[in-house]
Design a protein around this ligand. Structure first.
Ligand SMILES: Cc1cc2nc3c(=O)[nH]c(=O)nc-3n(C[C@H](O)[C@H](O)[C@H](O)COP(=O)(O)OP(=O)(O)OC[C@H]3O[C@@H](n4cnc5c(N)ncnc54)[C@H](O)[C@@H]3O)c2cc1C
Length: 129
């Protein structure tokens, strides 16, 4: 394995214990008018950090409402503002496991992911309207 892969697999990650420290709009409880985003807020990965920056910017600009729970970004956001589970708060990448289970999940994994994606898009369209 090339060294760069090894370093990418296990790396230092500085983040806040966000569920204890922020309000639902990602504003610091201890310092008003200061919002967190990206890795510092407890999301992990390039796309996740960019998306979290967009959420925080929208919260600052126009008090966006919570994204639907059927979307992965909605779930990442919920993880930051809700109580941590017993294992403690840990940064997380976007993944299908964050989403609520389907009522009747198919056995086929590819189909299951397609159904979860379509459900997320439907929820997002409804939310946007
Ligand atoms: C070795 C490694 C490999 C990785 N590989 C992947 C990967 O393959 N895929 C993936 O999706 N993610 C990967 N990640 C995770 C990803 O890099 C981070 O989740 C993401 O870059 C964090 O983005 P960010 O903008 O929140 O923070 P950062 O990218 O850390 O940006 C923070 C910026 O703030 C600046 N800064 C810090 N303090 C101050 C200050 N006081 N004043 C002004 N500026 C300041 C820093 O210089 C930096 O430019 C990897 C991380 C590491 C360390």
């Amino acid at each position: 394995m090339p060294a760069s892969c090894a370093f990418g697999s296990i790396h230092r990650n500085a983040y806040l214990n966000t569920p204890d420290l922020v309000m639902p709009n990602l504003e610091l409880k201890a310092r008003s008018q200061t919002w967190v985003a990206g890795q510092l807020s407890g999301v992990e990965g390039y796309v996740e950090c960019i998306a979290s920056g967009l959420v925080t910017a929208r919260l600052v600009a126009d008090s966006m409402t919570l994204l639907p729970p059927e979307t992965i970004l909605g779930q990442l956001w919920r993880r930051l503002i809700l109580e941590p589970d017993k294992r403690g708060f840990q940064p997380v990448n976007a993944n299908f496991g964050l989403l609520p289970a389907l009522a009747n999940p198919p056995r086929d994994k590819k189909l299951k992911k397609e159904l979860l994606s379509q459900r997320a898009l439907d929820a997002l369209h409804a939310w946007l309207e």
